[in-house]
Design a protein around this ligand. Structure first.
Ligand code: NAD
Length: 433
């Protein structure tokens, strides 16, 4: 099939490359010319494992194309995936201006049937606003079109695998014509495909992300209770997780969730409920618990070191999760801010996210970026683990101990076994264990 994808970010690029990999012909419309230039040369503007290789393969096969020109994208295909950003507004609601722009500009250029598919995460009933906008700006009001919701559930760091082998595909459609396009599009996918109305599909996405965030905040409160009582949160999570009604996933205690989705989607869901006259207090608590995590973590460090002034503190991990360079809403940002306020000297290392972090925290008197994890800990009074990169899991802790001024580790991701680390002579502070 021929497919057009609007927006070449984490979701759009993955969607485009994966559909091309499955034998479709894809045109990605991305408005930032520098990104398009890079992509045409087979270089990915973001780090996502396997993405660049797959991009190059499909460029060679001539199955994927890139443009900044929406008109070209619309002439290419009648199947249009909207993958633009839906960031957070100051009041917590979703900023839908990018989606509105796509709907408006598409309508102005439309000459024949189009299926407009929301892949971006949007509040329930956004499809109605898209339809109203398209209808307003169409040159000829009789041109047929459909608006559908097909939310994306991929996770950064495993985006390709998640896209190609999803747990389920959710499709919200209103017409048989649109449904048939999706049936053809997803015919080779071996997973449940749930057809609903668009409002239900939109809601499934926000409800799913909010539920996962709730699991994380729940286990983080349990972790705090474990620290007070001497129980072990990892074993508590295992013990809970064997119960099929609960499941073990997303019960890892730590410094909290971040990223471009959970924080903004939880906020948007709360706000959306409020707009319909409902108080989603449960999610306000989820948010509050999460927001407290970095401060609690730094408080713990202050208890251990007494004063942080002029002490070198090593930070391992800046991205919000492993295998990505994305630092949007990463807990590392809050931790760094708090440490700077305490006049600590930060020594930072991340395998992929340092360039992005430098844009927020340029190198300076209090901020130093290390070339590898070992130089980061040289002379440090404490090591803080903020992202569970495999490189840290496998690190030579004997060497780390030799290099540090004080052998102190605060583990915000519980990547080590306490007994093993303590046996090496470290003072080790895991989370909730
Ligand atoms: P992103 O910011 O990485 O990408 C959005 C891209 O769209 C940018 O490159 C931007 O330049 C481009 N763009 C904006 N307006 C455009 C226009 N008019 N024409 C062409 N290009 C345009 O965002 P993302 O992380 O890919 O997220 C996109 C959407 O998918 C969001 O709604 C997000 O909530 C949702 N989502 C994200 C993830 C994730 O893990 N990142 C997972 C599932 C869903």
């Amino acid at each position: 099939m021929r497919i057009t994808v609007i927006g070449g970010g984490y979701v759009g690029l993955t969607t485009g490359v994966c559909f091309a990999h499955l034998g479709n012909e894809v045109m990605v419309v991305e408005k930032i010319p520098q990104k398009v230039e890079l992509l045409k040369k087979g270089r990915s503007p973001i780090y996502e494992p396997g993405l660049e290789e797959l991009l190059q393969e499909n460029l060679r096969e001539g199955r994927i194309h890139f443009t900044t020109d929406l008109r070209e994208g619309l002439e290419f295909s009648h199947v249009i995936f909207i993958c633009v950003g839906t960031p957070q507004k100051p009041d917590g609601s979703a900023d839908l201006s990018q989606v509105e722009e796509v709907a408006r500009e598409t309508a102005k250029l439309m000459k024949s049937y189009k299926l407009l598919i929301e892949k971006s995460t949007v509040p329930v009933n956004t499809h109605k606003l898209i339809k109203r906008t398209v209808q307003r700006y169409l040159k000829d009001p009789n041109i047929p079109y459909d608006v559908a919701s097909n939310p994306e559930f991929l996770r950064e760091g495993s985006a390709i695998e998640d896209f190609l082998k999803p747990d389920r595909i959710v499709v919200g459609v209103e017409s048989q014509r649109a449904k048939e396009i999706f049936e053809k599009l997803y015919k080779d996918f071996d997973c449940p495909i749930i057809y609903t109305d668009p409002a239900t599909a939109e809601l499934i996405k926000h409800a799913s992300n909010s539920f996962l965030a709730m699991k994380i905040s729940f286990i983080n409160m349990v972790a705090d209770l474990c620290e007070k009582t001497g129980a072990d949160v990892k074993l508590v999570a295992d013990g809970m997780g064997y119960d099929k009604r609960i499941g073990r996933a997303f019960l890892n205690a730590g410094i909290g969730y971040g990223g471009s989705c959970f924080p903004k989607d939880v906020k948007a869901f709360i706000r959306m409920a409020q707009d319909y006259g409902l108080n989603f207090g449960l999610l306000r608590e989820v948010e509050r618990i999460n927001q407290e995590r970095p401060a609690k973590f730094v408080e713990k460090l202050k208890k251990v070191l007494w004063s942080l002034k002029d002490k070198k503190i090593a930070l391992w991990g800046l991205s919000f999760k492993p295998n990505t360079d994305d630092i949007r809403e990463a807990p590392s940002i809050k931790v760094a801010e708090l440490l700077i306020k305490e006049n600590a000297l930060l020594s930072l290392y991340d395998p992929k996210a340092m360039e992005n972090f430098k844009l927020l925290f340029p190198e300076g008197k209090q901020i130093n970026y290390a070339k590898d994890p070992y130089s980061a800990v040289e002379g440090a009074s404490a090591l803080l683990i903020l992202t569970e990169w495999e490189e840290f899991v496998k690190a030579d802790l004997g060497k780390v101990k030799e290099l540090m001024e004080l052998p102190i580790i605060l583990d915000g991701r519980n990547i080590y076994e306490p007994q093993e680390v303590k046996a090496l002579g470290f003072e080790y502070y895991p989370t909730g264990r």
